[in-house]
Design a protein around this ligand. Structure first.
Ligand SMILES: Cc1cc2nc3c(=O)[nH]c(=O)nc-3n(C[C@H](O)[C@H](O)[C@H](O)COP(=O)(O)OP(=O)(O)OC[C@H]3O[C@@H](n4cnc5c(N)ncnc54)[C@H](O)[C@@H]3O)c2cc1C
Length: 380
């Protein structure tokens, strides 16, 4: 990497992707006095794909109490497993906090300056020149920068250009997800799941889990929250591809958002829930209007710093949801990158090198942990 501009000029950073790692990076860099702009290709309501997240310390650390914007969260007293034969397991004390993707995104949006967040703006390519980088952005034009951060997700277009031969490895099962507004839940279902992180063994292997998250308008009071569930189901590659065909007949690669799954697939999923899961889980899944789907994959890029382009979040590595670590990893990357970039200009290469080493180690460790948990829990 060549010399960066003089110490007087703030470092100019373009972030591609305005989800958790992109916005988190924007916020951490802005707090560090760096001239950062975030470009998000989606021009509409991004929350339609969102559901629940477990709050980990790395994610919570992005939100400073002094900023005045608090992350809406729900909580539980402990964990309990419901057997497929109708058994209610004992409660194990283990308090935990939960939130939703929409709540994290909305809170980050409150904290990050609006004039630095650009919607409907697709990062297309970057070219190196004597002044740094020229980044071409659809809907915006050419932007000059010193560093490009690829926070463009699991299917990262920038990573595909840098590492064209590497693809995520399919783990052999999918996660169905859904949410149900608490106001639409019969009282006995609410009582079963209230205050507990509930797991459910499935008769044919795999497991389900459920917890309350903030409501559609981020309310956290009982009665106004949503119930969030996930069910891991085995599917070979052909079955996965079939599940990933939308109701419009489009073959998707990795996930289906709400409203995309075919009605016949949803009907089959609900019938399978009745045969496979504890009746309370089956009723919860049956109540869900639009379940959505994610194919479970493992991926870790062998490097994440390419001169003046840095991969972070899911673009750098994808871990299984059992770790509850995807958003925490994104938040950790964001803060670590900000810490690396506040160094004197002459040390930035060195600091990015260290950032990369630590990021690769953290990502690989979490990835392996996810594979272990998958073997132990998903049993698929
Ligand atoms: C709408 C949405 C909802 C989600 N909901 C959940 C959830 O409920 N639970 C959960 O565990 N995880 C969820 N995720 C995934 C979760 O955010 C990630 O696993 C993790 O937080 C790391 O995020 P990321 O920012 O690295 O990647 P992602 O969250 O995948 O974000 C990548 C972003 O980059 C944008 N992008 C891609 N290419 C370009 C480009 N060329 N130019 C500009 N922008 C581009 C995408 O539109 C996307 O917003 C969701 C992701 C999205 C986008």
């Amino acid at each position: 990497m060549g010399a960066l501009p003089s110490a007087e000029a703030p470092l100019r950073v373009v972030v591609s992707g305005g989800s958790i790692s992109g916005l988190g990076t924007g916020l951490a860099l802005h707090r560090a006095g760096i001239d950062v702009h975030v470009f998000e290709q989606d021009g509409g309501a991004m929350h339609s794909a969102g559901a629940g997240l477990v709050v980990q310390p790395e994610l919570a650390a992005l939100f400073h109490p002094s900023d005045g914007a608090h992350l809406p969260t729900t909580s539980c007293r402990g964990r309990r497993t419901l057997g497929f034969d109708g058994e209610f397991g004992a409660l194990q004390r283990m308090p935990q906090q939960f939130t939703s993707w929409a709540a994290v995104h909305a809170t980050l949006m409150k904290l990050f300056p609006g004039e630095r967040y650009h919607r409907g703006a697709t990062v297309e390519r970057s070219t190196r020149n004597e002044q740094g980088l020229q980044i071409d952005i659809g809907g915006v034009g050419a932007v000059a920068a010193d560093l490009l951060v690829a926070a463009d997700g699991a299917q990262s277009p920038l990573r595909r250009r840098l590492l064209p031969d590497l693809n995520p490895h399919y783990a052999g099962y999918v996660a169905w997800r859904g949410t149900v507004p608490e106001r639409d839940m019969p009282q006995d279902i609410t009582d079963t799941f209230a205050d507990v992180f509930t797991f459910g063994d499935a008769r044919s292997g795999g497991h389900a889990l459920a917890y309350f998250i903030p409501g559609e308008n981020l309310e956290t009071t009982p009665g106004e929250r949503q119930m969030n569930w996930v069910w891991y189901v085995g599917a070979n590659a052909a079955e996965r591809d079939d599940l990933l065909v939308t109701r419009d007949g489009i073959q998707r690669r990795a996930s289906l958002r709400r409203g995309m799954a075919r009605q016949s697939v949803i009907t089959e999923l609900k019938a399978r829930a009745i045969a496979d899961l504890h009746p309370m889980f089956a009723r919860l899944i049956t109540l869900t209007a639009e379940p959505f789907l994610q194919a479970i994959v493992d991926f870790a890029a062998p490097r994440t710093v390419f001169g003046r382009t840095v991969l972070i979040g899911d673009a750098a590595s994808i871990v299984r949801p059992h770790t509850a670590g995807g958003a925490a990893k994104a938040a950790r990357d964001a803060q670590a990158l900000a810490d690396a970039l506040v160094a004197p200009r002459s040390m930035i290469d060195q600091r990015l090198d260290r950032f990369q080493r630590e990021q690769l180690h953290y990502g690989q460790t979490l990835l392996e942990y996810g594979v272990q948990l998958g073997r132990r829990w998903a049993r698929l």
